[in-house]
Design a binder for this molecule. Sequence first.
Ligand code: TXA
Ligand code: MG
Length: 321
Amino acid sequence: MTVVLPADAAAIARAAAILREGGLVAFPTETVYGLGADATEAWAVARIYDAKDRPSFNPLIAHVADLDAARREAALPEPALRLVEAFWPGALTIVAPAAPSGSVCDLARAGLPSVAVRIPAHPVAQALLAAVGRPIAAPSANRSGHVSPVTAAHVAEDLSGRVDMILDGGRTPAGLESTIVSFCEDSPALLRPGAVAREAIEKILGEKLAAPERAEILGPGMTPSHYAPAARLRLEAHELEEGEAALDFGGRLAARAQAGVFVLDLSPSGDLVEAAANLFAYLREFDARRIANVAVAHVPERGLGEAINDRLRRASAPRLD
Ligand code: TXA
Ligand code: MG
């Protein structure tokens, strides 16, 4: 049975008790909804993979309450600490060597010598972490291969009956997962573009982010077709073809669309932050309307455009199944 509750103080206290007993709670963060379990208990973490139908044990992000907790889990080098100061709490995940004092279980780290940590900024996530008093392992709260959820209703569509509780904190503001930077190699590497733009990170670091060196350790979030709606997406469209709906940006395609064509515009004013916030909800909207073919307008590759285009390319990649 899955209870869905507005995320008030009583519901958060109940959620914390569920997590401490090894249960699963979906909760809002400022990026997307997370599917949380006690990160220190392998059997609780195992339930996450089961609920998501995840084909493999890829490593999960450990959400922590504060910097002390992050440093107990991960050996954060000096440049990582500068990013932490600039972006935490917030939509940045740091992968670093696991600290000897760490409590995140092997399963949540998929047996790797590293750990991914993040302090979320969302008040519900923060209250939950404070109440649990342990790191919470949480991938995005969707079935494996589906689009990440940005509302409690999206979570319920995918996971109702598979999690103990869904904390409803409204729609998540960023709408796109966190940016992941690894400090496990000689130079910092961008493992996943996300809600913090690459340029902002490079500015603080004073150097360019490298491409990941060991792509094979990356999980389903990094496989080509991971963010897959049912609709077929045709990227970089300049015109609409017969029978297509449109995922627009800045009104480019709408201007050429015939009357009656279904158009969702990620941002009519061409704002990339607004576009990121709308992306996953709009992909779900096409599926809800059983639309089979969607033409997608060009989205510029700057700022959050890098992460938006990354998700769009994955969503349009040939399916493995
Ligand atoms: O915004 C977000 O990051 C959301 C919210 C809930 O925090 N979480 C999320 O988790 O997107 P998930 O599991 O869908 O994506 C986590 C990514 C995966 O691609 C995983 O492979 C990578 O983080 N990751 C985690 N630990 C890692 C590690 N030790 N080394 C390399 N990659 C790691
Ligand atoms: Mg995910």
